[in-house]
Write a protein that binds this ligand. Structure first.
Ligand code: ZN
Ligand code: MN
Length: 483
């Protein structure tokens, strides 16, 4: 096993592929970009099929979106950008090369440098970026098994979709930092308006992990942030217990099995025979365009976190958690606009609503449960119409359905009971069932607590606790007198 000092040198880097889902067409042709749910090979043309003699034409909005991405992460936008060919054979890569960008062999990437800020144990940490590049998505292999025969089909609908690839330096030292970087990248791109993360497969990630001087392990194509963290933890443990036994390898993360498996020997960069793409002229990006895009940038997560702290007086830690997902931040602000109780809103939203959304697998962006309803529920708790316990129970039911909280409470009769006359028959019935408790409660406060709890249970927690206690005391006193 490695020493403490050596484990300090764990290095993790990420290559994050993001589809620019704001674009209506592909990167080099006018084919529509909405391939999800389409018939296979419907969104294709000679250009994205890579037929000989066709010429790619760069989508201007893709370049503008990529510039915005660079600016959002503080990367330097390059004034002179060329595309490069990355040569390799794979069935989903119909031209036998991918049009991408490369920072060597005469190439440039659109962005250089920059950083992603994460909040680690209350401290801000900047993870430096190496580069940001534009490239095309390959097609998709579809594996089908029919009557025991396995076949693989190729769907080129995705071929040519515009991607931005964000490459970090290997500057993360723990798997959970990688997860935080991914969350921050996602929320930043969603704030920018270039990514809708609810589109399946719109953000994919390769991770590499190594100890200084040791073998570098690359894990390919992991879809969820949680899986990235788990795959990295797995490799971290393996590297610590079995250090330096292999050269650089590429691995695949098996979500079901929870382990990584070697998929192939890693190609070296020189295997790709990068060279400048001869069919696309260099793109000149002047300061004016950059400044215009910079001026139109929307509010980004770091600014939003600061504003939430300033405007609502919540802690930076809480603000970062809220902003880590744009739909949550939007929901929070909409609710606070209706009910100006930021702490309460944050509490109920994060602890109850988000938890329920996750449990039901609901995409927050399309939730039926709305800010108006949460504001109403918190107000009902504050005004003593329902208890906190009941409110949690109510949320559990209405978050998936979106039913109006007032209507739900009316329909189910979950209002707080304050009228002693409504309470006394239930108390009397309990005391009749447990006559021996009457005298004990008269002498022992804890038995009284017990009775309060039991009666409250029979009332599904709806009784006002103070009025309930008084009424129980009154009835016990009466029964003692009569006894
Ligand atoms: Zn096309
Ligand atoms: Mn790539």
């Amino acid at each position: 096993m490695l020493s403490q000092e050596e484990t300090g040198k764990l290095k993790i880097g990420l290559e994050i592929h993001v589809q620019l889902t704001n674009l209506r067409t592909k990167l080099f042709c006018p084919c529509p970009s909405d391939y999800r749910g389409k018939k296979p090979n419907e969104n294709v043309c000679p250009i994205c099929l890579g037929l000989p003699g066709t010429l790619p034409q760069v989508n201007k909005r893709a370049v503008e979106s990529a510039i915005a991405v660079c600016l959002a992460f503080g990367a330097k936008v390059q004034p002179y950008v060329v595309f490069s060919r990355k040569n390799y054979f794979y069935p989903d890569m119909n031209k036998n090369y991918q049009i991408t960008q490369y920072d060597k062999a005469g190439g440039t990437t659109i962005g250089v440098g920059g950083y992603v800020t994460i909040s680690l144990d209350g401290e801000r940490k900047k993870i430096p970026l190496r580069r940001i590049q534009i490239e095309e998505d390959p097609g998709r292999l579809v594996h089908v098994e029919k009557n025991g025969v396995r076949k693989t089909y190729i769907d080129y609908n995705r071929a040519g979709i515009a991607l931005v690839e964000i490459v970090t330096e290997p500057a993360m030292h723990q798997p959970r930092e990688a997860r935080m970087v991914l969350e921050k990248v996602q929320t930043t791109l969603e704030h920018l308006g270039v990514l809708d993360p609810s589109f399946e497969g719109s953000m994919r990630c390769d991770a590499n992990i190594s100890y200084a001087g040791g073998a570098r392990i690359e894990i390919k194509n992991i879809s969820s942030f949680k899986e990235v963290e788990q795959a990295l933890r797995f490799e971290q443990l393996r590297l610590e217990y079995l250090p330096k036994i292999e050269s650089t390898v590429t691995k695949r993360w098996g979500e079901k099995e929870g382990i990584t498996a070697t998929s192939r020997e890693k190609e070296m960069e020189e295997d790709y025979r990068y060279f400048p793409e001869p069919d696309i002229p260099p793109i000149i990006i002047d300061e004016e365009i950059i400044e215009k895009i910079r001026k139109n940038l929307p509010e980004l997560p770091d600014d939003r976190i600061e504003r939430l702290v300033r405007e609502y007086g919540i802690s930076e830690r809480l603000a970062s958690i809220i902003v880590s997902e744009k739909p949550i931040a939007d929901f929070f602000e909409k609710t606070v606009k209706i009910l100006n109780e930021p702490e309460d809103v944050a509490h109920w939203l994060m602890n109850e609503v988000v938890r329920r959304w996750r449990e039901c697998g609901i995409d927050y962006r399309y939730s039926r449960f709305k800010p108006e309803n949460l504001a109403k529920l918190i107000r009902m708790v504050k005004e003593g119409v329902i208890t906190t316990r009941i409110a949690k129970q109510v949320l559990w039911e209405i978050v998936p359905t979106g039913e109006d909280v007032e209507e739900y409470v009316k329909r189910t009769g979950l209002r707080i009971i304050r009228d002693p006359e409504e309470l006394s028959p239930v108390i009397a019935k309990f005391l009749d069932d447990n006559p021996r408790l009457i005298k004990e409660a008269f002498e022992n406060e804890r038995v009284l607590d017990y009775i309060c709890g039991e009666v409250q249970k029979r009332l599904q927690g709806r009784a006002d606790p103070i009025i309930l206690r008084k009424e129980i005391e009154r009835l016990i006193g009466e029964k003692m007198k009569n006894a």
